[in-house]
Design a protein around this ligand. Structure first.
Ligand code: SF4
Length: 940
């Protein structure tokens, strides 16, 4: 029988007269819920349930103290701290305060003599030199210093030593204040509770108390449990297994339990399971990239029949919660998430982050506030604000025109008066760009922005989004309430820091029926629960178990001598939770990240090596299998960006105002989100649009220079002599074209202007050299001609045109040639294909490696369809390629069977682009993001 079942049976059988005077205490409240369920199975008749507590609730009840939230405690501590350090600012205090609070918590939980400890810490500091000779300590000490600003190190160091001297005084005053207010941090509650339990007349009002399923116990917990046990008021029930207690006598998973058995004696040892002797199938998956884990999870869940309450997905870190929720197969009817949805992993929070950045980067002068263009675009084109423009036909256009003007004029700081609004977003936009002078302005503005969005989008929001916004507002109001209550003056920078730090702790509770459905939970919440199927993600070293570094003012050796928990205790606890989690399971799936760029450094958890080496020696029914998931799935970062399609997005395409160009098609093949950002939003390439000249501008200037150079030679025969003449003119022509650019500084012999000029002149000369080799030829048409080549394609909601302008058309030996200048990076050798291959045609439409050949053939297809010409050639001229700069495609090579297959694939791809049923999504292949200009939007 599983542990909670055993506990329920024992409690039931030992108390035949009734359970109303019985209390059962677990390390977590979650185990209590499942315990009650086990208890209910024991009788058909109704009976009173015992009172069930988590150990924190139990201590709180004994001490009659309500725990305070961490932020309130930090402000309370700051008040005391100021009594010792005069006019210290909250900014200087904040980082230290969080560390001090954690240390006080550990000190009290372990009933440490604080006076003695702080005296020794002070002395320890005074023998600093000796301290430095201890390598372990010195490393933690150095790591601790790294948390502070390097520039301020010297000042901080001085204050740090001062702080050490005064820590005991701060501790005494702080705990006194909290006691008076009848509130406390957990450690202080446990210290109070343990001293109350020691009093002779103590009574909690229960005849019998069971402490069940504990592993690591602090000194205060130990004292409470031991005192009640010695008075015959309590019984302690351990959750242990032979495997890590006796079979491997020094196994870390059993380390705390073995100590506990010694402390409490083994009289209470009712049972030790032997579940590692059962059949188990352990599958270990190595994935290169974080998001690939979700695909593995989907496949495993699909292979499990009815993955309900018998199945647990364990997330050691919460960053994967959102992608995992999105990857649960549809036929899994019910899911219970016990860990809460972190507020910081949502588009709303991304918008607020963008808002914070907007105001942090802004400039103010006599004309008012101006905002950095990237920040402005990030806010206006965010997933939340951008769709609000869509209901009004004109608004979209106004927004796009605004963007296009800013990019054309290369405005880096945008005055707020230029920001376009529309009826629906008017107030929201006003709030976003409203001046921020104080912290209270921030609260008011953010609250108005959120309420405005809620109001404008209410009808389209799902329940989850509405609840999320309400929780976000709650967080804001709580933070505002605490700041007002403590009358703390914060500068804006400190406030932003605090805001981002505090939000890490806020979660939207995901309501569900905890005893039903597939369980998604953190490792701590699995304590004492049993599952048949266990799926563990991020099964990496430094995650399971966690790292070694714990921020603290108390050196490692002192922690050990005073019995304060260290990272070793945490590691032993993690091992116990993990082995207990898998001891009852039959199917265990452990997924780790082999990529060194991910959290966990690409190293699999030490538990895998232990399982591999130790377990099969004791049990030959253990089946271990290994999988390498080498699909090119990408790293999603914190959220997977997905944009729903709607007809207005494609309006310009349906009306024929815009053509779907070959390079847009290539964008879609590369990443559908990139297509959305570049070809629907027409978002200027953020990464490249710096104050400096960018590749796109270089391309535009080069095209214009070539147009102007050849403009007098339309329909003329161009030979080497003419090209030599053009070469002589090319430098001054480049200068003339550049002079129209806003960045251009006439006669400049330094800076970007000069560098750009030299680059473009070099490229133009390279093109003319290539032309010289090809000469003689006749120019038929240049890019600035009015002629546009296009051909219609039917899609779901109408008809669109693929096509575009052609850089140049020339004629040589009776063959028409379509020329496309490529100023970006082109590598013809990458695909190895210069000729279209029938077998590979579908691959061209899915693998961006073939982008050159795909683009060239799409040009060829458009030209053929729109002119009826069958014999011509398409040439890509790549100006960045080191050796060969041309890729020629001869139209005759596109035979009937190839043409048909090519056309089918092209039409399928275009239909997919315009299909409203699917969304624009980030590519799964993170390598495609390496050179993407939208990396900063995607967080990749
Ligand atoms: S960064 Fe990656 S996911 Fe984002 S648009 Fe670019 S290619 Fe797509």
């Amino acid at each position: 029988m599983k542990f909670l079942g055993e506990v329920a049976k024992l409690v039931y059988e030992q108390n035949p007269e009734g359970l109303e005077k019985v209390a059962v205490v677990f390390p977590s409240i979650r185990a209590g819920l499942f315990f009650k369920q086990e208890l209910s199975k024991l009788s058909d008749k109704a009976f009173f349930s015992p009172e069930v507590f988590s150990i924190e609730e139990f201590a709180s009840k004994i001490a009659n103290i309500v725990p305070a939230d961490r932020l309130r405690l930090i402000f309370e501590l700051f008040k005391v701290y100021k009594n010792f350090f005069g006019n210290e600012t909250f900014d200087n205090f904040y980082n230290w305060g969080a560390v001090i609070l954690k240390d006080f918590d550990d000190i009290d939980k372990n009933l440490v003599n604080a006076k003695e400890l702080f005296r020794i810490i002070k002395a320890y500091k005074e023998i600093d030199e000796e301290f430095k000779t201890n390598l372990d300590d010195y490393e933690s000490y150095q790591a601790f210093w790294e948390t502070f600003s390097k520039q301020k190190k010297t000042n901080h160091k001085t204050s740090f030593i001062e702080l050490w001297k005064k820590l005991y005084g701060i501790y005494t005053e702080f705990t006194k204040v909290l006691r008076e207010k009848k509130t406390a941090y957990q450690g202080l509650i446990f210290r109070e509770a343990s001293s109350i339990v020691l009093k002779d007349k103590f009574s909690i009002g229960h005849d019998k108390i069971y402490f069940a399923g504990f592993n690591y116990i602090t000194k205060s917990e130990k004292l409470i449990m031991q005192t009640l046990k010695d008075r015959n008021d309590a019984q302690i029930l351990w959750n242990a297994d032979q495997y890590y207690i006796n079979d491997i006598p020094d196994h870390e998973a059993g380390s705390h339990l073995r100590k506990n058995f010694k402390t409490f004696g083994d009289k209470d040892l009712k049972w030790i399971s032997n579940n590692f002797s059962n059949t188990k199938k352990i599958s270990i998956y190595s994935t290169g990239l974080k998001i690939a884990q979700t695909k593995v999870i989907t496949n495993i869940l699909n292979s499990i029949e009815n993955p309900g309450v018998n199945t647990a997905i364990v997330l050691p870190t919460d960053s994967m919660l959102s992608p995992i929720l999105n990857s649960i197969p549809e036929d899994v009817k019910s899911v219970n998430v016990s860990m809460g949805y972190p507020l910081r992993y949502n588009s709303f929070h991304s918008l607020i982050k963008a808002y914070i950045k907007l105001h942090s980067d802004k400039r103010t002068d006599s004309s008012g506030d101006s905002f950095y263009f990237k920040d402005v675009f990030r806010v206006l084109f965010s997933n939340i604000i951008f769709p609000l423009y869509r209901d009004e036909n004109e608004s979209f256009k106004i927004l796009f025109d605004f963007k296009s003007n800013i990019t054309k004029q290369r405005i880096t700081y945008i005055n707020k008066d230029l920001i376009p609004a529309s009826v629906k977003v008017n107030n929201i936009v006003k709030d976003i760009f409203k001046p921020v002078e104080s912290v209270s302005d921030i609260f008011n503005n953010i609250e108005s922005i959120i309420l405005g969005i809620l109001d404008a989008s209410y009808s389209t929001f799902y329940k989850f989004e509405t609840e999320f916004i309400n929780t976000y507002l709650q967080f804001l109001r709580n933070l505002k309430g605490i700041l007002t209550e403590y009358e703390t003056e914060l500068d804006l920078e400190t406030f932003w820091k605090l805001y981002m730090d505090v939000i890490r702790e806020y979660r939207l509770p995901l309501k569900g029926e905890p005893l039903e459905g597939l369980q998604i939970l953190g490792l701590l919440e699995t304590r004492n629960l049993s599952f048949e199927n266990v799926l563990v993600l991020s099964f990496n070293e430094k995650i399971l178990p966690g790292g070694k570094f714990i921020e603290s003012f108390i050196p490692f050796n002192l922690k050990k001598s005073f019995g304060i928990n260290t990272f070793e205790d945490l590691h032993n606890s993690s091992a116990n939770y993990f082995y207990n989690l898998i001891k009852d399971a039959k199917n265990i799936h452990l997924i780790y990240l082999a990529d060194t760029t991910n959290e966990g450094d690409g190293e699999v958890s030490r538990y895998m090596t232990q399982l591999k080496i130790e377990l099969p020696k004791l049990n030959n029914q253990i089946e271990l299998e290994y999988f390498t998931i080498d699909s090119p799935e990408g790293e999603s970062g914190e959220t997977v960006i997905e944009v729903k399609k709607y007809p207005e997005m494609f309006k310009k395409y349906y009306s024929g105002e815009k053509l779907l160009s070959p390079s847009a098609i290539n964008n879609f093949v590369n990443c559908s989100l990139k297509f959305y950002l570049s070809n629907i939003l027409e978002l200027f390439e953020l990464e490249k649009f710096n104050e400096e000249i960018d590749a796109k501008t270089i391309g535009n200037i080069l095209h214009e220079v070539m147009n102007q150079l050849y403009s007098d030679y339309i329909n003329a025969d161009v030979d080497c002599e003419i090209i030599n003449k053009l070469r002589a003119e090319s430098n001054s022509m480049t200068e003339a074209v550049m002079s129209n650019e806003p960045f251009y500084i006439k006669d400049s012999d330094t800076g970007y202007s000069l560098i750009t000029k030299k680059i473009i002149q070099g490229l133009v000369n390279r093109l003319l050299e290539a032309d010289k080799k090809y000469a003689p030829f006749k120019i038929l048409q240049l890019e600035n001609s009015k002629e546009v080549y296009k051909t219609p394609v039917k899609v779901d909601n109408g008809e669109i045109f693929i096509g575009g302008k052609i850089d140049r058309i020339d004629l040589k030996d009776g063959i028409t040639r379509i020329v496309d200048y490529k100023t970006g990076k082109v590598d013809f050798s990458e695909s190895g294909d210069k000729e279209i291959s029938l077998e590979k045609i579908s691959t061209y439409f899915s693998d961006p490696k073939y982008k050159e050949i795909l683009q060239t053939y799409i040009y060829s297809y458009i030209y053929r369809k729109s002119t009826g010409t069958e014999k011509f050639k398409v040439t890509l001229l790549s100006l960045k390629s080191k050796k060969e700069i041309t890729l020629d495609v001869i139209s005759e090579n596109l035979e009937e069977d190839k043409l048909r297959k090519f056309e089918d694939n092209l039409i399928n791809l275009i239909s997919e682009i315009f299909n409203l049923k699917n969304s624009f999504k980030q590519t799964d292949d993170v390598k495609r993001c390496n050179y993407c200009p939208y990396k900063s939007i995607c967080g990749r």
